[in-house]
Design a protein around this ligand. Sequence first.
Ligand SMILES: Cc1cc2nc3c(=O)[nH]c(=O)nc-3n(C[C@H](O)[C@H](O)[C@H](O)COP(=O)(O)OP(=O)(O)OC[C@H]3O[C@@H](n4cnc5c(N)ncnc54)[C@H](O)[C@@H]3O)c2cc1C
Length: 378
Amino acid sequence: MRITIIGGGPAGLYFALLMKQQDAAHAVTVIERDGPDDTFGWGIVFSDQTFDYLRDSDAPSFERITAACEKWENVDIVHRGERVTVRGNRFSGIARITFLRVLQDRCRELGVDLRFHHPVASLDELPPHDLLVGADGANSLVRRTHEALFQPTLGQGRNKYIWMGTPRLFHGLTLTFVQHQTGLFTAHSYKFDRQTSTFIVECSEESWRAAALEAKSEPETCRFLEAVFADHLHGEPLLAKNFLRWLNFPLVQNARWHGERIVLLGDALHTAHFSIGSGTKLALEDAIMLERAFAEEPGPDRALPLFEATRRPRVEQYQRAALDSLHWFEDVGDHMHLEPLPFAVEAMTRSRRVDFEKLRQRDPAFVDAYEQWSRSHG
Ligand SMILES: Cc1cc2nc3c(=O)[nH]c(=O)nc-3n(C[C@H](O)[C@H](O)[C@H](O)COP(=O)(O)OP(=O)(O)OC[C@H]3O[C@@H](n4cnc5c(N)ncnc54)[C@H](O)[C@@H]3O)c2cc1C
């Protein structure tokens, strides 16, 4: 089969290597607009469950990825300057560029044709193929070109966010809430290698305007946010990469996932807010499930419906959780009156994927402390 994949992100690269591994006779081409070393963003997190899938699907990339990961099991919630730690949440962090390089190397080893610096302007310019995969991200050209087929529902989150890095090492996934004179700012941070942490800041549009952030240059933005989070950065700077921009999180769903010889994968198909750290995980699982569908049904006419039927329920479940989490962060001002312990319980259960009993299994000491607090506060 001749497979053309637009987009050399996690979804496109992983699907490419899996298909080549399934059958070396497949001619698999990945067309990517950027260079192999260009990437947006800093580090990404994965839960342990994602790693099980990666190990079962491609052991060599799994080993290289896990060797490059920083691991932790605590989520820290910092509210009113007080840190509440919740244990039993096993995560790994890795630099996004390291992760993509592992997948690129694996693609090359298996004989995937990787074409970098090739921005696709029109689908008419593609080489002949039996299957076209749109793994070209949230603003997918493939989806836009075939809008009538996929029938997407598009939207965006209300909050503004910006993705930065810092040499300050946050051990564990740390959520820091700061009430600044211009408004409420939230940071999502975690270390992803020995020198660097991801530091994503989000705030409401009102806070963003009150702080005149739209008019600030990149260095001014960093200096402003360093001042907002001064008590938490321990004197370390915030770092910008490529072009530092404030964005609204894109919300993507599609009524249909495929045509006869065309399918979407990853963010082109569905997004999930970064606060549940699952976008890359979903992209990789899509690739795994699509490859499995081709293992069962070699032709696209049967494999693509099988992929959608098996994958859609799980994706929709994650998207619901991600939306609950996104709304919680948008409305977090409503919870700021809570004391640190009940605030931490609200934060931990925001996506409804973790309930109180799950929290108890993960960290009985934390739940005991909360129950004691509840009793003493009537
Ligand atoms: C702030 C933030 C933090 C995040 N943190 C996490 C996290 O911790 N954990 C996690 O699992 N996920 C996280 N995510 C989500 C994750 O980044 C995405 O879900 C993931 O990258 C999706 O992979 P993808 O391959 O579908 O798309 P992308 O990674 O967007 O890749 C698409 C590729 O297609 C290329 N492309 C686009 N158009 C064209 C074209 N016309 N021609 C050629 N190439 C093209 C792009 O250059 C890009 O390389 C985060 C996202 C954000 C915004």
